[in-house]
Design a protein around this ligand. Structure first.
Ligand code: HEM
Length: 208
């Protein structure tokens, strides 16, 4: 997993991301994994409360799920879980206090989608995540500081599909089986972009 960011422009939306990933073919995870982040223009000096995320995750015959921990560890961090079903990529914001099925996150974080693609080996989601960089679940709080210049993030992916896949608050998961880890995600000036507001306005699709 790279720590220094790779700058990447998503061809379908034109959004510029700092990205970090594991190559397809690496022993850490089958199929590879990429997470990217685009931030408001002042995010490297003033902590952002939201970001635009890019997730490209592995699937087998359109089955699987993946996630990112916005604090690094699985526990006590806001968790984004994403999976494909039919033509839709679903997400669920979760929070775990132990290494067991995470609870539904009860804070006011919100995901809206900009674009998604699904094929037999991968799924991709570009999404806006508002109120996602500070979290509080029943008094357990934390956050990710964009002005610090480095985030600590976690990745995870798995091949079985969630149970109840069309109902994000009701999903069931098996323990992940296709790798996980924590990495230091360094941000550079390409992460913070004057076009952020225009890009964020493209997040018009709510999937619940
Ligand atoms: C790590 C269990 C769901 C993210 C772990 C570990 C266990 C576990 C036992 C530690 C394994 C080790 O160190 O060898 C589970 C179970 C789940 C679940 C039983 C559901 C039934 C999730 C979800 C996410 C997630 C939904 C995020 C969206 C992570 C990450 C790690 C991890 C990032 C590595 C960092 C760390 O060790 O804290 N999980 N997990 N997990 N999990 Fe989960």
């Amino acid at each position: 997993q790279n720590n220094a960011p790779v700058t990447f422009t998503d061809p379908s939306t034109g959004i510029v991301f700092n990205s970090w990933g594991i190559a397809n073919g690496s022993p850490q995870t089958q199929g590879g994994y990429t997470f990217g982040m685009a931030l408001p223009s002042n995010a490297l000096s003033t902590d952002a409360t939201e970001f635009i995320g890019y997730l490209q995750c592995a699937a087998k015959d359109e089955k699987g799920w993946c996630g990112v921990s916005l604090g690094g560890p699985m526990t006590n961090s806001l968790l984004i879980t994403a999976w494909p079903n039919a033509d839709t990529v679903y997400t669920s914001l979760r929070y775990a206090t132990g290494y067991a099925m995470p609870d539904v996150y009860s804070g006011d974080a919100k995901i809206t989608q900009i674009s998604s693609t699904i094929n037999s080996t991968h799924f991709t989601l570009v999404f806006r995540c508002q109120n996602c960089l500070k979290w509080n679940q029943a008094g357990s709080s934390g956050g990710a500081s964009t002005s610090a210049g480095t985030l600590v993030l976690g990745w995870v992916q798995a091949f079985p599909s969630p149970g109840n896949p069309t109902c994000p608050e009701e999903i069931t998961l098996e323990q992940h089986d296709n790798g996980m880890g924590i990495w230091g995600a360094v941000l550079d000036s390409n992460a913070a972009n004057p076009s952020y507001t225009a890009w964020a306005a493209k997040a018009t699709k709510t999937v619940t």
